[in-house]
Design a protein around this ligand. Structure first.
Ligand SMILES: [Fe+2]
Length: 303
C-alpha cells in the first residue's frame, strides 16, 4: 500500500502547535485502511523477530553506557534488514518528501529541513508484557537534529487501564496524559517538550517520525549563561530548548520515579541509570548561582 497523497488538511493545527504548549493531537489522521496496514506491518515484523530490544547508549566519563529498556522492541527504518522486512515503512521513509515539505512550509517558525531521506527518522515500536520510557527530550542536545516528533498510535483495542499513555510536561506547567488510541497522531516539539511513557499493561504499537530542523541546538539554546540565572529569564526557558540544561535538576524526583518505572525496582540497569542521573544533577548544583536558580525554578513547579 502506498503512502497516501491526500492527507488531512494540514493547515488547521499549525497555529495550535505554537500556542498549545508545543503539541497537537489529531485523531483519525491517516486514511483508516492505511493506519490498519501500518499496524499489520508492525505485527508482521514482530512475527519474524524483526524488532530488536530498545537500547540506549549514554556517554559517561568511563565510556559509553548501554541500557536496555525491558519489554520495548523497535526497528529503525534506516536499517537495511528492517527495510527488506517491512516495505510499507521503507516506502514511507523513501517517499515522505511531499509530506515533509508541506509541514515545513506551514510551520516556518520550526525551520524544518524541507525534504530529504536523511533528515527524517522512521521508527517502529512494540511493547509487550510491560514497557515504559522515563522522562526525556527526543532531542537532548547535539549532535541530535530533531525538531518535530510525530507519533501515530496503532492500538484499536486500547482501553483505560491498559497503560502506555504518553505524558507531556511543558516546563513548569501541568502534565497532560495522552491515550495511545488507534490512528491518533501526536505532534510535539522534539527539543523542548519533556515527556515519558507510563508502563504499558497490554501490547502497544506506535510509529514515530522525527523531522530534523535546520537550526536545532544552536549556541543560544544549548548554553545556559549567567544572564539567564534570574527570574526574568524564566519565560524564556519555558518556551525554549534551553530548559534542557536544568530539567534534570528541576524535576530530579520525577526523573528518578520514571527510571524505576522503566527499568524495574531493582535491576543493574536501574542502578546505572540512577547513578548517571544523580551525577548529572550533582555536577549542575555545584555552581552556587545555578543551584539557587534551580531552587527558584523548583518553587514554581505547580506540583
Ligand atoms: Fe520520546
Amino acid at each position: 500500500m502506498c503512502l497516501p497523497s491526500a492527507l488531512k488538511p494540514l493547515s488547521l493545527f499549525f497555529s495550535l502547535l505554537q500556542v498549545n504548549n508545543g503539541y497537537v493531537i489529531i485523531d483519525d489522521f491517516w486514511p483508516a485502511e492505511y493506519a490498519q496496514a501500518m499496524r499489520d506491518a508492525i505485527l508482521a515484523l514482530h512475527k519474524v523477530d524483526g524488532l530488536a530490544p530498545n537500547r540506549v547508549s549514554l556517554a559517561t566519563s568511563a565510556g559509553p553506557l548501554v541500557l536496555t529498556k525491558p519489554h520495548v522492541f523497535e526497528a529503525d527504518m534506516h536499517d537495511k534488514t528492517a527495510q527488506a522486512l517491512c516495505p510499507l515503512f521503507a516506502d514511507f521513509l523513501d517517499n515522505a518528501d511531499a509530506f515533509q515539505t508541506a509541514l515545513a512550509q506551514r510551520l516556518p517558525a520550526l525551520k524544518l529541513v524541507p525534504a530529504g531521506r536523511q533528515s527524517r527518522t522512521v521508527k517502529l515500536q512494540f511493547n509487550e508484557g510491560g514497557g515504559a520510557f522515563p522522562w526525556h527530550y527526543d532531542n537532548p542536545s547535539r549532535p541530535n537534529a530533531r525538531r518535530l516528533t510525530i507519533l501515530t498510535y496503532l492500538n484499536p483495542d486500547w482501553a483505560p487501564g491498559d497503560g502506555g499513555e504518553l505524558e507531556l510536561l511543558p516546563f513548569l506547567g501541568e502534565p497532560t496524559r495522552i491515550e495511545p488510541r488507534m490512528n491518533r497522531v501526536l505532534l510535539f516539539l522534539a527539543d523542548e517538550l519533556l515527556h515519558k511513557v507510563i508502563p504499558a499493561v497490554q501490547r502497544r504499537m506506535v510509529f514515530t517520525l522525527w523531522l530534523d530542523g535546520e537550526a536545532t541546538n544552536t549556541d543560544d539554546v544549548v548554553h545556559l549563561k549567567v544572564k539567564h540565572l534570574n527570574p526574568d529569564a524564566i519565560p524564556l526557558l519555558t518556551g525554549s530548548p534551553l530548559q534542557r540544561s536544568v530539567s534534570r535538576a528541576v524535576y530530579s524526583d520525577l526523573y528518578e520515579e520514571s527510571l524505576r518505572a522503566c527499568f524495574g525496582a531493582d535491576s543493574a540497569d536501574l542502578r546505572k541509570a540512577l547513578a548517571l542521573h544523580r551525577a548529572h544533577v550533582k555536577a549542575l548544583l555545584q555552581n552556587q548561582a545555578l543551584a539557587d536558580f534551580v531552587a527558584e525554578l523548583k518553587s514554581r513547579r505547580p506540583f
